[in-house]
Write a protein that binds this ligand. Structure first.
Ligand code: KG4
Ligand code: ZN
Length: 325
């Protein structure tokens, strides 16, 4: 079995995965959403302190599995340095105490493998990662062969939902609350510009849209918020669809996947389903409980790495806020 730890942002999570069967034997996540909600976003130092409280509590519950552990895995990149360190410190302690190897896992690879929790993996895949930190398209052949073909030049898709919610005083995270608000709204009422519409670049940008939404909110009444939310969600999604359409012209998809916390968004899901239809491409999605950050996905990647003896040196295992992918 492998014990895996995730602490890259505001979720403290630990999982136990059986190596041979990929069965998830244990998974617990303590989310800090409530604590950060009053600030309208994640406060890194507060998040680190909450990880320091939550992770040992969860680890204690894993004690019955300690004798069967063959490795410990932990998210090392990308994320908030101060929160990543909490997980890595714990993983090092477990590695030393139980005398088992340590495996550093990239959180983005984790999101890709959230598709394959308790399942066999299959590639190649074109993957759209939409989370609080990333809006990224990747061509994936294996956990070692990942090519990023488009990414955001500034804010991410999920982050823009968080910021719009903050402007409307709706708390954090903004994704689910804006999606719910948008359901009753008029998607065409506010004519926001689709970001990078004229640009030949296959890339994403959300800072301009965020500012247009800010101006709309400033001159809106609260009863207009649902229309602002609906128009914003429509354009935020249209931006992804326009760039994917462009990308598919040169690289038609065979199997497409959407991963990351914001992949829970039903408007985005259905828009991508429509886009894939003429290509006859399949769509893979993670189970809803594994879209957002979790330790099961980290354990699932670690199973692949364990099989190839991809262990890290305890003294050289460091955290890295920016992903090399
Ligand atoms: O993957 P995740 O849990 O954490 C990161 O790795 O960033 O993603 C969290 C992000 C937040 O920005 C949250 O607002 C967004 O995903 N999100 C959504 C939805 N559910 C979560 N964004 C849009 N629509 C949703 N339904
Ligand atoms: Zn994530």
């Amino acid at each position: 079995m492998i014990l895996s730890i995730e602490s890259s942002c505001d979720d403290s999570a630990i999982a136990i995965t059986e190596i041979e069967t990929k069965k998830l034997l244990f998974h617990k996540k303590i989310s800090q959403e409530l604590e950060h909600s009053v600030y309208g976003g994640v406060v890194p130092e507060l998040a680190a302190r909450l990880h320091a409280e939550a992770l040992p509590k969860i680890l204690q519950e894993c004690q019955p599995y300690f004798k069967d552990l063959k490795a410990v895995a932990v998210t090392t990149t990308p994320g908030l340095s101060v929160t990543l360190v909490e997980g890595v410190t714990m993983a090092k302690a477990v590695s030393i105490a139980l005398d088992i190897p340590i495996i550093g896992v990239n959180h983005l690879v984790g999101h890709i493998y959230s598709l394959f929790i308790e399942k066999e993996s299959h590639f190649p895949l074109t993957v759209l990662l939409v989370s609080g930190g990333h809006t990224q398209v990747m061509e994936v052949k294996s956990f070692k062969d990942i090519k990023t073909v488009a990414k955001s030049m500034d804010d991410s898709f999920g982050e823009s939902f968080d910021k719009v919610a903050k402007m409307m005083n709706l708390g954090y995270p903004g994704g689910p609350v804006i999606e719910t608000l948008a359901k009753g709204g008029d998607r065409k009422r506010y004519n926001f510009t689709v970001p990078l519409f004229q640009s030949p670049l296959i890339a994403f940008s959300y800072s301009g849209l965020k500012n247009s939404v800010r101006l709309a909110i400033e001159s809106a009444n609260e009863e207009d918020y649902k229309d602002v939310a609906a128009s914003f969600e429509h354009i935020a999604t249209a931006h992804i669809i326009q760039k994917l359409k462009k990308y598919f012209k040169t690289t038609p998809p065979k199997t497409f996947a959407i991963v990351g916390g914001a992949s829970a968004n039903l408007y985005l899901r259905s828009s991508i389903e429509e886009l894939l239809k003429p290509h006859g491409a399949g769509l893979l999605l993670s189970e809803l409980q594994y879209c957002s950050d979790n330790a099961a996905m980290i354990g699932r990647v670690a199973v692949e790495m364990y099989k190839e003896n991809l262990f890290d040196d305890l003294d050289n295992l460091k955290v890295c806020p920016k992903s090399p992918i």
